[in-house]
Design a protein. Structure first.
Lengths: 151, 754
């Protein structure tokens, strides 16, 4: 039995310890904002925050979540959209939108460690998140917009 | 969690609404279509449409509270149809966009085709949507006139969402007028007054996506996100080789996995494979992970069948060899052979482009619930009626008994036009008597795709003294899409050949295009811009090679090839479409000029390892030119700081969507040019996930894509696909300018570049 928090709420789990956090969130908790893209931590669609830092939930076994605070796109902001979500909307980033929760979570994490990221910081921070629609230049612009607004 | 009940309102078809304005088929479908969208219900969003609501057309209903419901009968996959199409109607209706609710249509033959591919949604529905809007507006105006007892001419739909009496300060909202308008006869088309382009409120004005907020909050319901009560999960072990069968299965280790319920065999298809499931063994479990883990533990002996001899490396040689031999003639102008025989400067080149996988971020997924004779499917699909048809066929039921709810698509690119995965879900649900969600892993997606065709192209030209081609021969060879529907098909279909091959937009007095035969060994499908990809790669690369052969500056030479404005003689498409969309060389020339001008072509001195390349292409009736700037370092690492694209797509419904589609197309084109390659060994696909089938990431995508839209009042053309074809040749032409190295075989990574 592991104990942990998801979006501030205490949870416990005693199923298959190999189950990735991704499928726990999606299939058991019903938090479907976190997406499945590759299952190998290659695309970032499943990005969530572990104690405030971006991780790939598809490659995080449930046996290793004891005591962690997990935040998903659903728990990112209690009161209205998060500044990063606002920036995403302002720049009209999404096309199909499937990867965007993961992109947003990654950007939130990036901005926590680098509040004023350079282009290189953004490349380094975001290169693990694939967008097949190709919204990268808008993602970059939205991160800069969010950085300005939270500065 | 997912509301399946629909609110059926009135059947306006029985009351004869709108007859004569739209086709009878489109008209009937409206009444059956006003339904509560699954995601609106799931998120507690939109209210239901009540029985007193006014539904004047196929596409629109106005509720007494003033909310305007507009049905989207096409699929949303980032193409923006749920925004762009309703805004066309809302414009003519003079509706307040903030009071419009977009309702996603289920699959229903009453709509006519709902296939969301071929970049034709706006092209096809621009006029019907405007007519629907204008009709509704006129009926509201008439309702107001009747209510006030004043002449209709005294009433005007102004301000937005209201009708006003010009002679007084009276006004009535659309909601207040709905019940009365519902009782009025539908005006004739001749009575409608369409807005002039200057009066357009939404058409041609940039607008963000209707679903933007839901998407950014993670609430948008994709196929992957559908959950219904009692649902189980399935992963399927597919035969690794097309046409293979299960020899024997040992599922003992699978059944020991926590959460696994059982395994179920799925029958192999009967050729042609078309949209049938591939067959294999399904693992049923109470969560996705257990299904995946259980599948990994299966021990299956496969009977691989005749395609096990397929090697893509050998196949490439075959295609190239075929391309060197005379093929089936598609079109001849003049006598190219006679010109070639005269000698002069001859240039030959061979090009090759490999198979590609779609790799949409959301892999194929579907939920099906079979209850006796009735089936409900939730699927991210570009083709909901295809889901109905194929599920009905597989289960031996009537198509009308299959309901297909269309979710958001996490990318489509043509893959989700093929409903094989939805059929799998239905077959399994019928067998276990419970709702089932079939989830494809990324490995399934890459290994069992309907692949974009591998293609070999042979080009030959004879140049005159000025360096212009006096004769031009082009021959392409590829396993055709037709092979998916007819196992013996070896020649490209009319559609494929019309995609940048039957004609070239150049001044060439003697010309012949040909197509050689190729037998398919994998499932062939259509992928964003289809045959235009390899055809534009060959034609636009060859044009660039000829410039150097003629000792000419490449852009200047390209303009010479394009020549003066004229209408190109092109074989007519279906239903007079060629008349509505003549091949206007002037428009093609114009986009080339704009792209070059925006890129400052020839005016900037390139640094070491830098260069620019240009390519032009018309597809889906849209004219596109892209200039790509590259920087290549000593290790062969290619960076793309800038892409300048100029587009003439006729009237543009939503320039914001056009821009994002073309920005994305530059990235899509970059992916296929850099690393796009699917290969096969002993019949099985070699690639499996994003480490060996790489797509562009932020750090290798073009840094900046500028999209310049040509103002045009020509009929609207395609936007989703036509941005892709010029990118690969423009990149390769730029690399040649930068390094002197000519890339004739994609992808770049096979040429010492990365």
């Amino acid at each position: 039995m592991v104990h942990f928090k998801v979006n501030g709420r205490a949870q416990m789990f005693d199923g298959d310890p190999e189950m990735p956090l991704l499928w726990y969130l999606r299939d058991i908790l019903g938090l479907t904002g976190t997406k499945f893209g590759c299952g190998m931590a290659l695309c970032g669609a499943c990005t969530v925050l572990q104690n405030g830092k971006a991780i790939r939930s598809c490659s995080k076994a449930m046996s290793t979540v004891e005591g962690l605070e997990i935040t998903t796109i659903e728990g990112i902001s209690a009161n209205g959209p998060h500044p990063v979500q606002k920036a995403w909307a302002e720049v009209n980033v999404p096309q199909c939108g499937y990867c965007q929760p993961g992109q947003i979570m990654q950007a939130v994490s990036l901005l926590r460690s680098k509040p004023n990221p350079t282009d290189v910081d953004i490349d380094d921070g975001m290169a693990g998140n694939i967008c097949r629609c190709g919204t990268y230049q808008r993602i970059r612009a939205a991160i800069k917009t969010a950085a300005k607004e939270t500065a | 969690m997912i509301a399946t009940e629909k609110v059926i309102i009135e059947n306006i078809s029985r009351r004869g609404f709108l007859q004569g304005m739209l086709s009878a088929g489109a008209f009937v479908l409206c009444a059956r279509l006003i339904a509560e969208p699954v995601w609106a219900a799931a998120s507690g969003g939109a209210g239901s449409v009540g029985a007193s609501a006014f539904h004047p057309s196929v596409y629109v209903g106005i509720h007494t509270d003033g909310v305007v419901y507009i049905v989207a009968h096409r699929s949303e996959m980032g193409n923006g149809v749920r925004t762009s199409l309703p805004r066309i109607l809302a414009d003519e209706l003079d509706a307040d966009w903030s009071r419009v609710t977009v309702v996603q249509a289920d699959g229903d033959a009453a709509y006519g085709s709902q296939d969301t591919d071929g970049s034709h949604s706006v092209r096809e529905f621009f006029e019907p949507l405007r007519e629907a809007g204008a009709t509704a507006r006129l009926m509201l105006v008439r309702a107001a006139a009747q209510q006030w007892g004043v002449p209709e001419s005294q009433c005007v739909a102004d301000p937005v969402h209201f009708v006003s009496d010009r002679s007084s300060s009276r006004r009535l909202g659309y909601g207040e007028l709905a019940a009365l308008a519902a009782k009025l006869p539908v005006p004739k088309k001749e009575e409608l007054k369409f807005k002039s382009p200057q009066e357009w409120r939404y058409i041609g004005k940039p607008a963000a996506g209707y679903d933007l907020t839901d998407v950014c909050s993670g609430k948008a319901l994709f196929g992957m996100d559908v959950r219904v009560d009692g649902m189980l999960y399935a992963a399927i072990a597919h035969p690794p080789v097309l046409g293979g069968k299960v020899g024997s299965v040992d599922d003992s280790a699978t059944l020991k996995v926590i959460g696994v319920k059982k395994t179920i065999p799925i029958d192999p298809f009967k050729p042609p494979h078309a949209f049938q499931p591939l067959g294999g063994v399904a693992v049923i479990a109470d969560n996705t992970f257990a299904a995946f883990k259980g599948r990994k533990n299966l021990k299956i002996e496969w009977d691989n069948g005749s395609n096990a001899s397929y090697s893509s490396a050998e196949y490439k040689k075959e295609l190239q060899s075929t391309a060197r031999q005379p093929g089936k003639v598609l079109r001849t102008v003049g006598d190219p052979d006679a010109e070639f025989a005269k000698g002069g400067k001859l240039v030959e080149a061979e090009y090759f482009a490999p198979h590609l996988a779609h790799a949409s971020m959301e892999p194929p997924v579907a939920v099906a619930d079979v209850r006796g004779e009735k089936v409900t499917v939730w699927s991210p699909t570009q083709n909901p009626q295809g889901v109905q048809e194929e599920v009905a066929k597989a289960l031996a039921l009537k198509k009308e008994n299959v309901t297909c709810h269309v979710t958001f698509l996490g990318g489509g690119f043509g893959r989700k036009s093929k409903p094989d995965y939805a059929v799998e879900a239905a077959v399994l649900s019928q067998k276990i008597g419970q709702p089932i969600k079939v989830i494809w892993s990324r490995e399934d997606d890459i290994k069992f795709d309907y692949y974009h065709s591998v293609a070999a192209m042979y080009m030959k030209a004879a140049l005159d003294d000025s360096g212009k081609p006096k004769a031009w021969l082009q021959r392409s060879v590829f396993p055709p899409i037709g092979s998916t529907f007819n196992a013996t098909e070896v020649y490209g279909g009319a559609g494929e050949m019309s995609m940048g091959w039957s004609v070239v937009p150049f001044e060439v007095p003697n010309f012949r295009s040909e197509n050689g035969q190729a037998v398919a060994h994998v499932r062939i499908g259509w992928l964003r811009s289809v045959a235009n990809i390899y055809h534009a790669f060959a034609v636009q690369s060859f044009a660039n090679e000829l410039a150097y052969a003629a000792n000419r500056e490449p852009y200047d030479y390209l303009l010479t090839l394009i020549g003066s404005p004229r209408t190109l003689d092109v074989p007519q498409g279906p239903a007079g479409i060629g008349e509505k969309y003549p091949y206007d060389i002037g428009r093609l020339r114009r986009v080339a000029e704009i792209a070059a001008e925006k890129a400052n072509w020839g005016k900037r001195k390139p640094g070491k390892g830098s260069g620019m390349g240009i390519a032009v292409h018309r597809s889906f009736f849209t004219y596109v030119a892209s200039v790509v700037e590259v920087e290549v370092d000593d290790q062969g690492v290619v960076r793309i700081p800038h892409v300048y694209t100029a587009v003439d797509a006729g009237i543009v419904a939503n320039p914001e969507m056009l821009r994002s589609q073309f920005e994305g197309a530059a990235v899509f084109g970059t992916s296929l040019a850099r690393t796009g390659e699917i290969t096969a060994t002993t019949g099985a696909i070699d690639q499996s996930n994003f480490y060996d089938y790489q797509v562009a990431r932020m750090n290798d995508a073009p840094r900046q894509v500028d999209v310049h839209i040509v103002e045009s009042m020509a009929p609207p053309a395609g936007v989703g696909e036509p941005g892709v074809p010029p990118i690969a040749p423009a990149i390769c032409n730029a690399i040649y300018a930068a390094t002197g190295k000519r890339v004739r075989e994609l992808p770049l990574m096979r040429n010492g570049f990365s």
